[in-house]
Write a protein that binds this ligand. Structure first.
Ligand code: MLT
Ligand code: ZN
Length: 480
């Protein structure tokens, strides 16, 4: 059983009793305890359970407490894992042994909001949906939105540079995060909580965005939020082939321009999963078999103008044969229902059985070739599904089977990584490398770059206590 402690003087006492149990990444590597990643991956996929079990979960209430915890853990070489609810089940929350868990959920205050600049300053444990609600009352929105908004925390979003559904419009967190407060492994507090749009003094130390908690723990954040625009339209469209989806994207960028706020796609296999496994969903289009579906959202400030613009665009696309069918949401309920068809895909996959998940950045024109090739490789043994953020060049390739098995995995990997690398793609577009993909980093980054990353890690966390075994490979020797 896990002991949960809201940090106070007491945590020192409990931590002291763990001294001999905590293992750092380096200890484990040196003692050969680190297991073969493929086995871990299989186990992780197979059980979807955390492998290790912590004896201690700390819930600090202030940055000072986070600093005290890390200072103490660092001095005793105790490994720590920042555990927050992020996206679905990514490896950042994976415990290996008995790492101390730091949960930020009590650091959940909004510190300030400037209505003129739209800059929000808040603590890292704020739930994304609560921030969305807070900003809604102020007439603003968060620049990111995810299916997991009800449980994920902004600190986790930042640590993984979560992309989400509106990146095509508002860009990545690397751009919208203006400042951070971070606690380093040795307990030092870095106050970089600037609220300036422009600040070219010295280096931009933004590598804490998407370091997956491996370089420091984000405690506060300042973020640029866009104003809430009231004219939102959502269209759910069918396309006959992938080439039409691509052409539609190019047309949408050119013709919808500044009002385009999302361009998502799913193939017919993904839609079938949603329709078969989720309650209360229905296909808004007549039951003809289409191969692809695209969700387009526009957000603007003028209802009449935006609607006309979208309708003209859709008519043009229909006449040009890019769209074979489509429907425009008539109210917010219908818009949410259309969104659910896309956002519900990961949930439907989980319900369908075992899932092998890949989150890839690829050139848009080549992206779906990988799905087709994977289907040919796996034949009838698996349901190969493609969906994702087409507007960002981000494919979610998910492979669904009744159970996990090594033979299927061997058919998928390393093929999927080699294919991605050959097309100069990224093997982790928006989910992070975590534990399962740490050793795969070389498919997307040259050795010299990984070496520099390793040096940064060694400089900031010499004992390797922060979220061990994740992000960086266990060894770079074989790649030198
Ligand atoms: C999504 O875009 O729906 C998610 O990033 C996919 C996932 O959670 O696997
Ligand atoms: Zn996604």
């Amino acid at each position: 059983s896990i002991m949960i402690i809201i940090a106070s003087g007491m945590f020192r006492h409990v931590l002291a009793s763990m001294d001999h149990q905590g293992k750092t990444a380096r200890d484990c590597i040196e003692k050969g305890l680190l297991e073969d990643t493929r086995r871990i991956q299989h186990r992780c996929f197979g059980s979807l359970a955390e492998e290790g079990s912590s004896k201690l979960l700390l819930q600090p209430q202030t940055t000072e407490e986070v600093s005290q915890i890390l200072k103490y853990c660092n001095s005793r070489s105790l490994a720590v894992v920042p555990k927050v609810e992020i996206q679905v089940l990514w490896a950042e929350v994976f415990l290996f042994f008995d790492e101390v868990v730091i949960n930020m959920s009590l650091m959940n205050n909004v510190i300030s909001f400037d209505k003129v600049s739209g800059i929000l300053v808040c603590e890292a444990g704020c739930i994304l949906e609560n921030l969305i609600t807070f900003l809604d009352n102020q007439g603003f929105i968060m620049p990111l939105d995810l299916g997991a908004k009800g449980s994920c925390q902004i600190g986790g979003n930042i640590s993984t540079n979560a992309g989400g559904l509106r990146l095509v419009r508002y860009g990545s967190l690397h751009g919208t995060v203006l400042g951070l407060e971070v606690v380093l492994a040795n307990g030092d507090i870095l106050d970089m909580l600037g609220t300036l749009r422009k600040d070219n003094t010295g280096y931009d130390l933004k590598h804490f965005v998407h370091c997956e908690g491996s370089l420091g723990i984000v405690t506060k954040v300042s973020i640029l939020t866009p104003p809430k625009l009231f004219s939102v339209n959502v269209a759910f469209l069918a396309c006959q082939d992938y080439f039409s989806c691509q052409k539609l994207l190019v047309e949408a960028k050119g013709k919808l321009g500044e009002i385009l706020s999302a361009f998502e796609f799913l193939d017919s296999k993904a839609l079938d999963l949603v329709l078969n496994h989720l309650d209360g969903v229905r296909n808004p289009l007549p039951p003809t078999i289409h191969n692809f579906y695209v969700l387009i959202e526009t957000t603007g400030s003028d209802e009449t103008y935006d609607r006309q613009k979208l309708e003209a665009f859709l008519l043009h696309a229909m006449e040009g044969g890019l769209i074979s069918d489509g429907v425009l949401a008539q109210d917010m309920n219908q818009a949410s229902a259309f969104w659910y068809l896309r956002e519900g895909v990961p949930e439907a996959l989980m319900k369908a059985g075992a899932v092998y998940k890949y989150d890839l950045s690829l050139p848009v024109e080549k992206m779906y070739d990988l799905v087709d090739e994977m289907r040919t490789r796996l034949g009838d043994s698996a349901n190969v599904v493609g969906y994702g953020h087409l507007g960002d060049g981000n494919l979610h390739l998910n492979i669904s089977t009744p159970q996990y098995d090594d033979r299927t995995l061997a058919q998928i990997e390393p093929f999927v990584y080699e294919w991605t690398s050959a097309h100069r793609g990224s093997i982790s577009a928006e989910h992070g490398l975590g534990l399962m993909k740490a050793n795969k980093i070389f498919y997307s980054k040259p050795t010299a770059t990984v070496k520099l990353m390793t040096s940064i890690k060694k400089m900031l966390d010499p004992k390797g206590i922060l979220n061990p075994y994740k992000v960086l490979p266990h060894s770079i020797d074989s790649h030198s």
